[in-house]
Design a protein around this ligand. Structure first.
Ligand code: BG6
Length: 467
């Protein structure tokens, strides 16, 4: 037994990080469009609208909007069975709350899906990947229940339009990152308080649950998953106090998967809210919405593992480099951006989720950001990436073969180089395909195959046997 025959090998991107064309064909502004570039040492800034003289990486990105045919042809050459992408909500509803969708935006994704179909590549579409329409800010974005209706209208529009073209959907990218990155995950100010974050999470749960139900009604073939930002943490030591602190940290994360996979708020979360005076904006019928709208599968990103213990701050903080829990794992190497590399942790997380929910899983992001350079011979030697991915694929294989985890597929992140979400850099590259563009948007935008391109092609061709 190895990976299943129909295993969905592929790659993943997000619209705001690759499309560019930020105001083409009627697109409105999203939260991503007002984030400046940054780097490891300088955080990205959120500006009040688009300011003259600032550089915003999402505005041009890798111009996938105009290169998608070429890019998809390269994905097909690698043998992709699946392409995880996102629809940029503000292309379809430019202000988020418009009554009618923007036809030019809808038509664009028709072309993308038709192109994928040409090569037999199954789209896996994220509805909201760190690109909330800025227009929702006028009423408090996700803190306001109006956002639920806006999202539902958007979801229903695309489920209807792309019926038969798209069968796999994800609602919110890395929904659990809301507490650490309120702007990116929900269009809230980054200093949003716990009540606002809780309201936003509650509304996203409702929106996701309603979307699941509508997707099933529109096409019973539709499968809708949740997307968890793969935070997994080990206790610092076997000191029970370290273990308890780690449990507490992980409860803050698993609460999201618990609600979306089980259909109700877990007891530990309800008690925590009682203790801290947080209330839920519940309306009659909500419990039923959450119960009926449980997801069909659980997908997650996985880049690293963390360590928590007695001295972990109440709220671990997200920096441009990593997530700061106050601990460093001495057993692990780190990437050039300080992300701990832990393939065994992926097997651990797969087991943890499968034991907890017993529903199909999918790894929809994984990879290593590196400084890739084009050699004098024109080649790009990204052997470190190959090593990273090989070890993670081996870990998934153990989870499937030895532990019996039901794993649907694997779409490594940034299959083509794109803008980094945390730093806004282009030079933090993840792709099998190099794109000639720098951190200021200069370059020819030419696409080049890296060494990992041929390696991944062989991996897919052998269904993960030849690594
Ligand atoms: C995930 C996000 O958190 O990690 C992606 O879903 C992001 O949008 C990816 O790009 C890698 O992170 P970064 O910051 O290196 O781009």
């Amino acid at each position: 037994m190895s990976f299943p025959k129909n295993f969905l090998w592929g790659g993943a991107t997000a619209a705001n990080q690759c499309e560019g064309a930020y105001c083409t064909d009627g697109k409105g502004l999203s939260t991503a469009d007002v984030m400046t570039g940054g780097n490891k040492d300088t955080p990205r800034r959120i500006t009040n609208g688009v300011e003259e003289g600032q550089y915003y990486p999402s505005h041009v990105a890798i111009d996938h909007y105009h290169h998608f045919k070429e890019d998809i042809a390269l994905f097909a050459e690698m043998g992709f069975k699946c392409y995880r992408m996102s629809i940029n909500w503000s292309r379809i509803f430019p202000n988020g709350d418009d009554e009618q969708p923007n036809e030019a935006g809808l038509a664009h994704y028709d072309e993308v899906f038709d192109e994928l179909a040409k090569y037999g590549i199954e789209p896996l579409v994220t509805l909201s990947h760190y690109e909330t329409p800025l227009g929702l800010r006028k009423f408090g974005s996700w803190t306001n229940r109006k956002a639920v209706d806006c999202f539902v209208r958007y979801a229903e529009t695309v489920f209807t339009r792309y019926k038969g073209k798209v069968r796999y959907w994800l609602t919110f990218n890395e929904i659990n990152c809301l507490s650490m990155m309120p702007w990116m995950a929900a269009g809230l100010d980054n200093n949003a308080g716990p009540q606002e974050v809780s309201d936003a999470a509650y509304h996203q749960f409702l929106a996701s649950a309603r979307a699941v139900q509508i997707a099933h009604e529109i096409d019973p073939q539709n499968k809708v998953g949740m997307m968890y930002g793969g935070i997994m943490s080990y206790p610092y030591s076997c000191d029970p106090a370290d273990v308890a602190a780690n449990d507490e940290f992980m409860h803050r994360m698993y609460f999201y998967t618990d609600v979306m996979c089980r259909g109700y708020y877990p007891s530990y979360k309800l008690r925590e809210m009682e203790r801290t005076g947080i209330t839920l904006p519940v309306q009659p019928g909500d419990q039923e919405i959450l119960r009926v709208g449980k997801v069909d599968f659980l997908s997650f990103s996985y880049y690293m593992s963390l360590v928590c213990g007695k001295k972990t701050a109440a709220k671990a903080s997200e920096t441009a480099i990593s997530i700061d829990t106050g601990y460093v794992n001495p057993y692990l190497q780190q990437t050039e951006w300080g992300w701990p590399i832990d393939p065994a942790g992926l097997r651990h997380l797969l087991n943890l989720f499968y034991d907890r929910y017993q529903i199909p899983l999918m790894v929809v992001e994984n990879g290593m950001g590196t400084y890739d350079t084009v050699g004098a011979d024109g080649a790009i030697h990204d052997e470190a990436r190959i090593d990273y991915l090989r070890e993670h694929i081996l870990a998934m294989k153990k989870a499937v073969e030895i532990d019996g985890v039901d794993l649907m597929g694997y779409t490594p992140w940034g299959c083509i180089d794109l803008v980094s979400a945390s730093t806004g850099e282009m030079k933090k590259r993840y792709g099998f395909i190099y794109v000639d563009v720098d951190d200021e948007g200069n370059g020819t935008f030419e696409r080049k195959r890296k060494a990992s391109f041929d390696w991944y092609k062989k991996v897919i061709a052998t269904n993960g046997e030849d690594l």
